[in-house]
Ligand binder design. Structure first.
Ligand code: PMP
Length: 403
């Protein structure tokens, strides 16, 4: 008899792990932009941004396997691999961002970014955007309104200042003025994703960065979801607004499913952090992670995935806007490249139930998408980057039928 995985999961795992879809999926295999369940059914994956270059991309798998057979140890030994990776990674960033730290998740990377900011400024007060999510550690729950203002949350501590999602940037600059010399920094996703796949207004980040820096704070760009070419027009989200952060945080896509996080900063900030206390992560920067990280970056570049995301993203946006003219439920359609959101509204209110129903129906039809936003009414489309033009057409026709 088939095991009851839902029941066993309830018994063995913490119950606040959520499971996707009304009828949960038992996915047993992945290949590029496709997932396969235990009955051999194929799903088009339009949701998983972690498998950035494709589930089980052969070049990435081979790089990891080769290195596992050879050596896997830590950063206390010299290694060419970590330096090759660091060189290639910093080459994708503005020149001022030249010092890397490798860790094991987006949360760890953001946590380290906060430590760097504190070491550099000797201050503590942080500014965050409303509805943001930056990770699962104690400090990051404090910095994540999506969590601390949500179910089970206990609100923001006094050192965290939340500003509403921007219209002009005035709110943030006023908060900077209010905090004064105690300001440590500002952290934001360059395109807020958990908040509902939002594109910030042009000029916003520029104004906020300027105000934060003039008060002595540092600017952290959380590129965990938006980095590595996903938005199509640029390699990183912050480039869309012509700003240069002081600290960039990377996660999810850079290991294509292997747990890697990275923090890249300026020499000045890295020097402030070098205060006598050793920094060490047992697994961060290990040989296998570096081999995989390097292979992922090479695939992104060799396969021109940024350019591909731009063209497929445009096709999807155009198709979504065509659907929008036929379906009153579809409100704002937004995003860039393969980072897209469709806001659903009914009688001017967030259509949360409709969004859940649509996602479940799409799954029945073999296409995986998700929801996000404070009201969970934004359909979230962020597939593995090899997502093709015919995949885009299939997603659009399935969504049209389901709507
Ligand atoms: N920052 C952002 C923007 C994220 O979306 C996430 C994960 N959803 C994190 C940080 C935390 O990353 P991880 O789950 O790898 O710790």
């Amino acid at each position: 008899m088939k095991k009851d995985l839902v029941r066993d999961r309830q018994r063995l795992l913490g119950r606040n792990l959520s499971v996707a879809y009304e009828k949960p999926l038992n996915i047993v295999r992945g290949s590029m932009q496709y997932l396969f369940d235990d009955e051999g059914r194929q799903y088009l994956d339009a949701y998983n941004n972690v498998a950035h270059v494709g589930h089980c991309h052969p070049k990435v798998v081979a790089a990891g396997q080769r290195q596992m057979e050879l050596l896997n140890t830590n950063t206390r030994y010299l290694s060419e691999l970590i330096l090759d990776y660091g060189d290639k990674l910093t080459a994708t960033l503005p020149e001022s961002l030249g010092v890397c730290y490798f860790v094991n998740s987006g949360s760890e990377a953001n946590e380290l970014a906060v430590r760097l900011a504190r070491a550099h400024t000797k201050a503590r007060e942080m500014i965050v955007l409303d509805h943001a999510y930056h990770g699962n550690t104690t400090t990051l729950i404090d910095l994540s309104p999506y969590k601390h203002n949500g179910p089970g949350g206990e609100g923001a501590p006094s050192w965290v200042h939340t500003v509403p999602l921007p219209a002009s940037g005035l709110d943030a600059t006023e908060v900077v003025a209010r905090i004064g010399p105690n300001l440590c920094g500002f952290i934001a996703e360059s395109l807020p994703s958990v908040a509902g796949q939002i594109v910030l207004p042009q000029g916003y980040l520029g104004r906020v960065y300027e105000a934060v820096r003039s008060a002595g704070g540092v600017c952290i760009a959380d590129e965990v979801q938006t980095g590595y070419g996903r938005i199509g027009t640029h390699f990183y989200g912050f480039e869309m607004y012509d700003v240069v952060p002081d600290i960039v945080v990377l996660g999810k896509p850079i290991g294509n499913g292997h747990p890697i996080g990275a923090v890249i900063t300026t020499r000045a900030i890295a020097d402030s952090f070098d205060n006598g206390m050793e920094f060490f992560s047992t697994f961060g920067g290990n040989n296998v992670s570096c081999a995989i990280g390097l292979a992922v970056l090479e695939v992104v570049q060799e396969e021109n995935l940024q350019q591909h995301a731009l063209s497929i993203g445009e096709r999807l946006l155009e198709g979504l806007r065509t659907l929008q003219r036929r379906h009153a439920l579809m409100g704002d359609v937004r995003g860039s490249g393969l980072f897209l959101g469709v806001e659903l509204v009914r009688d001017g209110e967030p259509a949360t139930l409709d969004a859940a129903q649509i996602v479940n129906r799409m799954r029945e039809h073999g296409v995986l998408i998700g929801t996000d936003g404070p009201h969970h009414n934004v359909l979230k489309i962020r597939p593995p980057m090899p997502f093709s033009a015919s995949n885009a057409d299939e997603l659009l026709s399935t969504l049209g039928n389901v709507l």
